[in-house]
Design a protein around this ligand. Sequence first.
Ligand code: AMP
Length: 222
Amino acid sequence: MTKSAVLILLGPPGAGKGTQARMLEEKFGLVQLSTGDLLRAAVAAGTDAGKAAQAVMSAGGLVSDEIVLAILKDRMAEPDTAKGVILDGFPRTEGQAAALDDLLAAQGQSIGAAISLDVDDAAMVERVSGRYTCANCGEGYHDSFKQPAVAGVCDKCGSTEFKRRADDNAETVTARLEAYHKQTAPLITYYEGKAVLSRVDAMGEIDRVAADLAAIVTRVTG
Ligand code: AMP
């Protein structure tokens, strides 16, 4: 990789943004930056931002741009992000997209690619409701689609602790899908207008989607 890249993954809950970001992180040495993870950490730590975000997150709404931008800027200021970042779950509003443009312009950087993971909404409720992760290494699993090879033991690190997100239930997913279509999907047009948009069919096998994404990342960073 010759250029530090800023990549954006767009897509509704369940599209595979987190899974694919982790794979790109390993393959290209980029840093996954998930505002959802940062917000969950703030909630767990009981910070002021976490306290303000908690109720909105459990209802499946969007946390205010002010809070999200503050935690994103803090994270982007850390030195490991200089290798290039995969933004997973950010931006989610036009205000966030404009703020990201300003932040990158101030650093002499720009967006390498905004990739829309295209999926059928109808399949997302089942995808999200059944998912869980290893509490130690974060590897993702699913009740119907991907169980560990040995029941109750993580394939990747051997841990026997798993966790499920509080907002991964059918009711909240429906609200999160609605928030996506109202507030985030317009960003597809926004990035199309900036000529940085790519689209990937994300209904297929994880490895095939990963190969399509890797081809795009190679093109923009090569
Ligand atoms: P995620 O892990 O990306 O599915 O995000 C989980 C929840 O965190 C979302 O449903 C929102 O409540 C909140 N959240 C994460 N990222 C953002 C963002 N960029 N803007 C607003 N809210 C966010």
